[in-house]
Design a protein around this ligand. Sequence first.
Ligand code: PLP
Length: 283
Amino acid sequence: RTVYVNGSYVPEPEAQISIFDRGFLFGDSIYEVSAVIGGNLIDNDLHLDRLERSLRELDIPMPVSRDDIVAMQKTLIARNEIDEGLVYLQVTRGSEDRNFDYSDTLKPNLVAFTQKKKLQNTAAHKDGIKVALVDDIRWDRRDIKTTMLLAQVQAKRQAKASGCIEAWMVQDGFITEGASSTVFIITQDGKIVTRPNSRVTLPGCTRLAVLRAAAAHDLQIEERLFTADEAYLAREAFLTSASSFVTPVVEIAGHRIGDGKPGPITRRVQQIYLELALKQSAA
Ligand code: PLP
């Protein structure tokens, strides 16, 4: 597979980054993951908006222009013949001798790679998934998409121990988000509920696209906090991310949601979002 490192396209085994890279030493870096369908990037503008915002919040300069990033993503997709899958990119603050403080003149590193992955009509999309609940032990700036992901690595591991592939995280009784996804529940009276964006969650790009599309189709949306107890009593539940699109959730911490099968509103949201994604892909 061909990967990208600071302006060069190289075979994966030849890719090199310094052991003094601050992403490696301090988690001092930002990443983004965009989906690819039919060889085209989905919601990529939203991902690049968020990339720019994350970098700005940490005072890391954009390593190259936004247009150059898109061109690079497209080159990787073409070279690796990605029909369906993901493009991962990471910007680190740069490499210099280890020191908590950093030089203001440091040059950021940009690396990227692709992953082939089936994104549509997976078993998870058809049947729904079970999720576990874990404590949200992350720092207070989760709105910045940093590579400091150890809490999520552990959360996924805990989820796996109870036969789940995703964990929903809980803070002060309220669900914040999934380890790598945004969470939604549907109330008994048919409202789609999701937590408002704030510093305690990552503002999901798929979340934004789904909320826009749902509003355009006159689905009822409520942005507010909700507890784990409310989630157990939900009529339906689902999660979103660039890599999982809209995935029904049929069990939360051993509590069956609705009748234990993906519900009609979730199906509608799946369909609306997929149509939108396929439209982008055809554009
Ligand atoms: N929340 C967290 C913590 C994530 O890591 C992710 C994606 O990886 C999401 C939410 C979903 O964001 P997006 O829809 O932009 O992929």
